[in-house]
Design a protein around this ligand. Sequence first.
Ligand SMILES: O=C(O)C1=C[C@@H](OP(=O)(O)O)[C@@H](O)[C@H](O)C1
Ligand SMILES: C=C(OP(=O)(O)O)C(=O)O
Length: 429
Amino acid sequence: MSTIELHPARRGLHGTLQVPGDKSISHRAVIFSALAEGTSHVYNFLTGEDCLRTVEAFRRLGVRIDQSDDSLTIYGQGLNQLKEATTPIYFGNSGTTARLMSGVLAALPCFTVAYGDESLAKRPMDRVVVPLEQMGAKIYGREHAARLPLAFAGQKLTGAKVNLNVKSAQVKSAVLLAGMLADGETTVYEKGITRNHTEMLMPQYGISIKTEGQTHTIPGNQQPVAADIHVPGDISSAAFFFVAGLLTKESDITIKNVGLNSSRDGIITALKTMGADLTISNQRSVGHEPVGDVTVRSSSLKAVTIEGDLIANLIDEIPILALAATQAEGTTIIKDAKELRVKETDRIAAVANNLTALGANVKPTEDGLIIHGPTPLAGCVLPSFGDHRIGMMSAVASLITESNVMIEDKNCINISYPRFFDHLSQVMK
Ligand SMILES: O=C(O)C1=C[C@@H](OP(=O)(O)O)[C@@H](O)[C@H](O)C1
Ligand SMILES: C=C(OP(=O)(O)O)C(=O)O
């Protein structure tokens, strides 16, 4: 197993860095470009393992995709030229690939088998299978197609009115992708607001879609056309450096080109409520997404309650927010976050395990965490549970411990942030 020993950041963090491209937008840009007619380019593409799974899936369907560093050239030939994959397609650890590709594979006229790694094979797929079945999809697998591997007997689907019973951008996106390819119109009713990158990208590929509040309507039989996409930096990756800068003494770092989409910026709201010295400058648009440079300085934090609609807006940032809460004055309550139990690992259990091992006062609840702070943290050996965000949270914790921390399975961080440790040493100099 790949283990790394990290030492505290006694002189604080300084300088600037640029986090990699947004994971959600990178997946989606590949999907639309590969289905499109014409040659698309994706710039600042996230070359993490998860997004490369989506690239590989389309290569298996016969699409030529060339990669040069973090730029992709995708030679779309249109929907009619896609080929059937003759052996199973591997989705690795990527929930986003599994859910979004399910919407595509159910609606294409070919037979596909797809599988994932041990973690992905445990994650719920019925959340996409059930709404796709309402559109006529034929999907087979274990536990009534609730788990990978899945077999898709792809065929023409029929548009439907679909009520989602889980707040999930992945599920919404799967149904919208299927709706784009189906006969007739599809309407998706969301239970709450979730990240809107699919809806924002669709018009850029010439696809019409109408959004009113939490209702999305998409006409069927649409052929995307090629586009060039510039992917903003990933706020979910930047969040690790926001908290690193806030918790370490005498720190002042700027993270440039951070995506600030209002369906993703809950971490900034939460940290500011906690009293973070966090400022945004140079606000602009990259593609159709808002971005800015975020400067954080060492801060004394206070506890906060995170619940309700804010949860979907910062779902992937909860592990690092929990670490921040261990250093905040008072009791932080995180609730309504049961979704964390079905991520790459059970993140409620994993966060509680690692923060407790470090000496924090943390109680896991059924749908969240209760954290009493501030508590000093001590060095120890921490597992990553094969989960990139748990690995990065543990690495940031090491910056404020009294002695060194050993992090096991550091390579799982390559899933979303291959250069994470380079960037960390860059700001520790
Ligand atoms: O749509 C997306 O790109 C994502 C949506 C979220 O998952 P859910 O849709 O399961 O909430 C998030 O946790 C995941 O990292 C990426
Ligand atoms: C949950 C995540 O991703 P996915 O669902 O794509 O595996 C994540 O990146 O934190």
